[in-house]
Design a protein around this ligand. Structure first.
Ligand code: HEC
Length: 245
């Protein structure tokens, strides 16, 4: 019975991605060259905001004594919109149509990840749920790839998972970010073979420490090895790439 449920959940996930791809194909599958830098920045803003929100709500999500957490797609959406404004000084409704369309697609993908995980998040009697920033980011990226041909990766030299390993371009940019003179938070982008590639550095915040902080070598709540980072340390980057027209 259990196995059947799991399989079915996965089938629905695949079907949703497929339907999303059908419904949205073409809307955002390539981006104007002159808007690429700005739009890449906005994509990274939404991902960084969403990951931070998932990190800050870990205690709520992992509360075994509470069933309905209220961590709904709409709740997360409203926080993302608020943070986007704080980060960019702009309301999403004020962006030009192309940028706005892409940003709305990223938010829709983020909401879909939160929606797909409602059952897991609201499961009573269970502590750690495994709905962490990296999972949110990975799923949002998968949905966005299907809908828009926009690729998102969470990369770092100290990767826990091989698929987050930096490629040569990402290594080159991560090295720039490691330079103490690199302005904190500043991203970097380049046109590479018909694509725009952009990286935004991400730093360790308080909410990340319980899994990535000290003591180095101890296990975090996900059962993985802590890296021993301190608040403010460079953790890695959100890497965005998409075809340009
Ligand atoms: C609940 C524990 C937990 C919290 C909190 C957490 N992480 Fe992670 N993080 C993980 C795990 C587990 C992975 C490996 C996930 C995977 O399977 O891709 C990971 C992966 C990552 C990755 C991808 C690279 C890699 O190691 O494979 C980055 C980047 C990252 N985390 C940054 C952060 C930042 C920044 C924060 C705070 C905003 C944060 N994490 C909060 C557990 C956590």
């Amino acid at each position: 019975m259990k196995r059947f449920n799991l399989g079915r959940g996965f089938q629905i996930f695949v079907l949703l991605i497929f339907l999303a791809a059908l419904a949205y194909a073409g809307v955002c599958e390539s981006i104007s060259k002159d808007k690429a830098e700005e739009i890449a920045r906005y994509i990274a803003d939404v991902i960084v905001a969403g990951r931070g929100i998932v990190a800050e709500h870990q205690d709520l999500i992992n509360d075994p004594n509470k069933a309905d957490k209220g961590f709904t797609p709409e709740y997360v959406e409203q926080l993302i919109r608020k943070r986007f404004k704080e980060m960019t000084g702009k309301d999403i409704s004020e962006l030009d149509p192309e940028a706005r369309e892409v940003v709305e697609q990223v938010i829709a993908a983020a909401k879909m990840s939160v929606r797909m995980n409602q059952k897991r998040i609201n499961q009573p009697g269970k502590g750690f749920k495994g709905y962490i920033p990296a999972v949110f980011g990975r799923e949002t990226g998968q949905i966005l790839k299907a809908r828009c041909n926009i690729q998102i990766k969470q990369t770092t030299f100290k990767y826990r998972n091989a698929y987050n390993q930096p490629d040569p371009f990402e290594q080159k940019i991560l090295k720039k970010f490691e330079d103490p003179n690199w302005p904190k938070g500043k991203g970097y982008g380049e046109f590479v073979n018909g694509k725009y590639r952009y990286l935004r550095p991400i730093y360790i915040k308080k909410a990340c420490l319980k899994c990535h902080g000290e003591p180095k070598g101890a296990r975090d709540i996900a059962g993985k090895i802590k890296e021993g980072y301190k608040e403010g340390d460079l953790r890695g980057a959100i890497s965005v790439s998409f075809p340009v027209k």
